[in-house]
Design a protein around this ligand. Sequence first.
Ligand code: C5P
Length: 405
Amino acid sequence: MLDGKRILLVISGGIAAYKCPDLVRRLRERGASVRCVLSDAAKQFVTPLALGAVSEDKVYDNLFSLTDEHEMGHIQLSREADVLLVAPATANILAKMAHGEANDLATTVLLATDKPVLAAPAMNVRMWEHAATQANIATLRSRGVTMIGPEEGDMACGEYGMGRMTDTLDIVAALEEFFSTGRPLAGKRALVTSGPTYEPIDPVRYIANRSSGKQGHAIATALAALGAETTLVSGPTRLADPAGVKAVHIESAAEMLAACKAALPVDIAVCAAAVCDWRVAEEASEKLKKPPGDAPPPLHLAENPDILATLSQAGGTRPGLVIGFAAETENVVGNAEAKLARKGCDWIVANDVSPETGTFAGDSNTVHLITAGSSEDWPALSKTEVGERLARRIAETLSPETEIV
Ligand code: C5P
């Protein structure tokens, strides 16, 4: 059932839009309220009148309507829902979502929302298989958008293949699943560290490392998608803040530790950041000048606080489950097991980061999950998939009664 759930149905311009009045009826039969937003193209396939009649609500389709903005601004529209469902999601609207475009009401609402987004793609098989569409789907999934389908079958254009919108009742079932088992971490608080740290030498120079933050951000995205109230404490990266996550931006290890302590208490802590082991003992207050002779200035290093060990040994505020990472270049599992014991954490995700693996800047990761007394080898997965699999494992451990799909 979907009792009391508020669904904002974003309809884009594909032939499958003709199924939307029925979709609205089925969702309402299960207790949901549905409010519709149409793209301009959608109006060619389904009328606002029909949707207004079945939803028993106003239908929104114009970004620049003064009346609508006065009654219900586009930001409010995007927030006054429990979930946004894009159906049908055409190749065009998926591309716009992936690139953050906001040139009509439908895309503006999707960019402005802080709620989970589900999308039911519908398009011709060649458009679906096109590398651009597949890249957009991967981008959206990595940001936490849940895809429903598409399915394989006969298409309105006469071709056969992947790209048919999932049947109405299956979309309804996917939403029910999303609200029941899809959020097993609802009510749990999670903290994730990500990215490198920058340790200042003087006001313009710093010591850092090559971490991209992709793995940590993917874990935060996946935990939030399972319903955890997630804080991401991140060093400087090129990545956008994941949707639905509270992002705290820091530079140094000391700042990261302070931000982590401020986020406590949490149920789950995942330390995926590549924290610099050392900082410059005394940051110069002025830019260091080249010395008059040949000798460069010496850098005296001091050890940084170990955030993972600090959280693992935090006494009464220790998170229920503390997970660290071990980036190793040899004896990966053996070194990770020793690290688990040394730091006092519960699990270690160990990966081989020797340069030939391309793990540091790349999109994929081959990891081993080390827990007390056991070690699991995971296959090569994208960092998004590692995040999703880890989040599911966390959910199974913390909420074993919930079946995770
Ligand atoms: O000791 P090592 O750096 O190999 O340990 C890696 C793990 O410890 C990672 O989970 C990393 O995020 C965490 N770590 C930390 N603070 C440090 C150093 C590492 O949280 N100062």
